[in-house]
Design a protein around this ligand. Sequence first.
Ligand SMILES: [Zn+2]
Length: 192
Amino acid sequence: MMNDRDLQLIDHNDSVAVLESLISKSTLQHCYFVTHSFPDSKNRDRRAAAGLGAFAPIGDFIYFNRKAAEFFDSHLFSIYAIEPVGHRFGIHQFLLSERPLNRNQLFKQWMRRKNPATGSFGVGGHLHFQEYNPSLSGVGYVFERHIQHTIKSTFCPKRTKRCKRGKCPFDFPFVDLTAEESNSRVIRSLVR
Ligand SMILES: [Zn+2]
């Protein structure tokens, strides 16, 4: 059972139609549907932080995407949502990518705990990875049952001079947006 607060939060999610359209209008050509699970210790952290709004696992997830952009040398953009309180914590994301991503490499990194000495940047959890397929309605499954969160910017690998100078060509990785799409939470959350 979901609590009232979580149901209200889910009411504020962007609509499935708008999200599917945003994915189709991204200049990042590849999209994956990825589910991230966390080890039990992170679930305990979450119960302790329930109601506080922010807690460590989301920070770990954002860190993972940032490091994955560097690791794959690919610009990444995440449209994601989290499990409501009461469920085992997990995050579903539609991961938009400039280049094709290797499932095994992403999986291995998520399974390894963050360790700057070895370059690992995961959490020691499990990951389910599949190519995004709009006809399988993953967007509906996620955003009708999970709480949407947003990111402030594209994850940039900062390899090229242009990106290093702050002129990232994927700063705003969407084209031809309608007024409704421009007014979505995903787009309004971008810092420009
Ligand atoms: Zn860039």
